[in-house]
Design a protein around this ligand. Structure first.
Ligand code: 5GP
Ligand code: MN
Length: 732
């Protein structure tokens, strides 16, 4: 509609000489964007914009004279008009945009103004960027304006009487229905304080006080109210008064929730909607008119949930409504899945772990530059390039892997036997056991090369995040995949994805945490915007390494669609190992899978549909790789101790470096001179492991893991009770 057009004024500012032209922006709601170029002559600049329009999928028209421009505009109502302002001899660009130009019919209608000038630059990408900026910058604001206009139009048409006041109760607006019902004209009311308007004596004396108290708390008030019409008649009304919070007197839909925002009530407005009809039918109607307002914005599920609760509150007794208020407060926070730690009195180990593993960019310090070595990814190491098939695996190595099917399998033996290349060998064995080459339709030589390339990109210099950890996670993954429940829920493609994800999930790990990389301003942190930095890198690099060379491209022989599905599943699983989302993944798993399964089993119904729905399969896969990733505390004691030593050493090395470089120390308890390893393990198990493995055990049935976990926990407790800080008790 014409009244909501936005106009970017421009003036003949000679600040930068003459090499300017102005853009005036008139956005409409329709897509694709319509662009009008007003250029006396076609030249490289107008061509630049034409090409840019094409690239951006906008419709573009070109006019050579002001007259044809106006004609063209009145026909198409372009969203964006660009006027050449470089050569005054052709036409007066300013005059074209001046509101007083008589025949320029659009100009007087346009008054919201800002300036936008574009320095002559015919480069197509420059034009393209300019157009995109215009669209994404102004069009958003324009939508808001348009929505506002639509809402006011709706208010004007509403049959409910609606009144808007400022925070200090000065009347700002009444709609025509209000005028009709109450017998006032707008002009008699605007600018007056509500108390100046005659009140009915029929209300309880303390009603106004009650209402004001409620509104001041930011809460909505609804109830029966007697109003006095201008002619002195009293009418009974079902009234709803809603405080509206927003900047600069913004006005939101009338049922906005606004409790606990007293401090931000500057510029707030109260919206009163009343109706003269009986409270029964009309209240229903009011809801439907609200629903219309709502349907103008795209509703996120959380918005729907909040709306449902709001609606339930309306008909609930006070204690329930108040309880729901608290529910809403929680729902509105973003960190729905992270337990909140009482900051001070909490155990420092837990605090540090949570700080270290659950945050990334939050503690960033600026100004510190830490550049990770920018070495090229490893290619096939030459000494391993010699062909080798499963049959060629040296007997000593094959023997070490014989117990691979057992949870108690000793990965450190394999690490020693393979000279720190356990991933390639264990990978060959496990992938073959699961028929991965058959599934991918790829030669075993390709798989071998792939495993070697991936393994070569793990840092053997890391004490924990090296290829032995990857092999360990692959082992746990394969073990879990053999569990009955897991087999029931996953497809072959899920299994293949899980094995691949486990293999690559920490590739090129620098032995430092996400927090460290963010604090240090590392290249990776910058590349991934301080968000899931490492996990994004592991996933991205894995695919780069795989697809860059046919020789190791295990995906080369599957169909595009299958590849897309597989790739998506691998990425999702690798990203799920990010610890900031730990509680989200565990909670979703419990709520969507464990709880419904438990409910079904009581009734003895089928579980198949729960297990195999696509959403739930994703949750199972995430939980599977997460549990595999941090399953160390569930391994036999000796292995658990070794892993604890390795992770501690890696954390110590990070703390050492943080101190050396003057970076913030992310996890101060992991100081090699003072750290109690038993305490850190107890915290890790308490905070991250116990609940997760309880849930995973309930699903997959893993009594031996739970036994080890219990045993290991007691071991660390025992050391801690003796006030020992080390991995093992000193020799007697
Ligand atoms: P990953 O980086 O291995 O994919 O994700 C697992 C996270 O849990 C890692 O950040 C690792 O530091 C942490 N983690 C794994 N095992 C232990 C442990 O035994 N103790 C502690 N404190 N952290 C661990
Ligand atoms: Mn890992």
């Amino acid at each position: 509609s014409v009244d909501s057009l936005l106009y970017a004024k421009f003036s003949a500012n000679t600040y930068f000489g003459n090499h300017f032209f102005g853009a005036k922006v008139l956005f409409s709601i329709f897509s694709p964007l319509q662009v009008l170029l007003v250029f006396a002559k076609e030249d490289s600049q107008s061509n630049g914009f034409c090409w840019a329009c094409e690239k951006a999928n906008y419709r573009c028209s070109l006019a050579h004279t002001p007259e044809s421009a106006l004609e063209c505009f009145s026909e198409k109502h372009h969203d964006l008009v660009i006027v050449d302002h470089r050569h005054s001899r052709h036409f007066d660009a300013e005059a074209l945009c001046r509101p007083d130009r008589e025949e320029a019919s659009v100009m007087p209608l346009i008054n919201a103004g800002f300036n936008r000038r574009y320095v002559e630059n015919a480069n197509m990408m420059a034009c393209y960027n300019e157009l995109l900026q215009l669209e994404h910058g102004e069009v958003r604001a324009q939508f808001k304006l348009r929505a506002c206009n639509a809402i006011f139009t709706a208010l004007e048409q509403s049959q409910d009487a609606i009144e808007i006041t400022s925070e200090d109760q000065v009347i700002q607006y009444v709609n025509p229905a209000y005028e009709a019902i109450m017998g006032y004209q707008q002009g008699e009311l605007l600018g007056k304080e509500i108390i100046e308007v005659p009140k009915s004596e029929k209300n309880k004396p303390d009603l106004l006080e009650t209402i004001n108290t409620c509104i001041r708390k930011g809460k909505e008030w609804q109830g029966i109210y007697y109003a006095k019409k201008k002619n002195g008649d009293n009418i009974q009304q079902n009234v709803k008064i809603t405080p509206v919070i927003g900047q600069g007197g913004c006005f939101s839909s009338p049922d906005i929730q606004s409790s606990k925002h007293k401090d931000r009530r500057k510029g707030s407005l109260d919206v009163r909607s009343t109706t003269s009809r009986g409270s029964d039918g009309s209240s229903q109607r009011r809801h439907s008119s609200m629903a219309r307002i709502h349907s103008m914005t795209i509703e996120a599920p959380i918005t729907k949930v909040i709306n449902i609760i709001n609606a339930a509150q309306e008909s609930s007794p006070m204690p329930v409504a108040e309880a729901l208020d608290r529910v809403l407060e929680i729902l509105r926070t973003t960190e729905l899945y992270s337990p909140q730690l009482g900051t001070k009195d909490e155990d420092p180990h837990t605090n540090d772990l949570v700080g270290g593993l659950m945050t990334d960019g939050l503690r960033r310090l600026s100004g510190n530059e830490y550049i990770l070595s920018t070495k090229q990814p490893h290619h096939l190491p030459s000494h391993l390039a010699t062909p080798l098939s499963l049959n060629d695996i040296p007997p000593r190595i094959a023997q070490t892997m014989e117990t691979e099917g057992s949870w108690d399998f000793d990965i450190f033996n394999l690490e020693a036997a393979t000279m720190k290349r356990p991933l390639t060998y264990l990978g060959l064995k496990i992938f073959s056991k699961f028929g991965v080459c058959e599934f991918l339709n790829c030669p075993e030589a390709t798989l071998r090369s792939w495993l070697q390339v991936i393994e070569a990109n793990y840092h053997s210099s890391n004490s924990y995040h090296n290829s032995t950890h990857a092999a360990d996670v692959l082992h746990a993954t394969a073990y879990f995949l053999c569990k009955e429940r897991v087999k029931q829920s996953l497809d072959p493609i899920d299994e293949v994805a899980a094995l691949i994800a486990a293999t690559v999930h920490d590739v090129d790990h620098p032995g430092r945490t996400n927090s460290f990389l963010c604090n240090a301003g590392s290249e990776l942190a910058i590349l991934y915007n301080d968000t899931a930095v490492l996990e994004s890198h592991h996933a991205a690099l894995a695919f780069q390494l795989t697809t860059r060379d046919d020789k190791c491209n295990i995906f080369k022989y599957i169909e595009r669609n299958e590849y897309r599905t597989l790739r998506q599943a691998v990425i999702d699983m690798v990203l799920a190992t990010e610890m900031t989302k730990h509680f989200e993944h565990v909670n979703k798993f419990v709520n969507s899978i464990n709880k419904p399964l438990a409910a079904l089993e009581e009734n003895g119904e089928s579980v198949k549909s729960i297990l195999t729905s696509p959403e739930n399969r994703i949750l199972v896969k995430r939980m599977l790789i997460k549990c595999a990733d941090i399953s160390n505390p569930c391994r036999p004691l000796e292995l658990c101790i070794e892993w604890a030593g390795r992770i501690s050493e890696e954390y110590f090395a990070q703390t050492d470096e943080e101190k050396r470089q003057g970076l913030p120390v992310v996890m101060p308890v992991f100081d090699r001179h003072t750290c109690s390893i038993p305490k850190s393990q107890i915290s890790f198990i308490d905070y991250f492991i116990t609940d997760m493995f309880d849930a995973w055990d309930a699903f997959a049935d893993l009594p031996n893991l739970m036994q080890h976990l219990d045993n290991n926990f007691k071991y660390w407790k025992g050391l801690d009770e003796r006030k020992l800080h080390s991995l093992r008790p000193p020799p007697e």
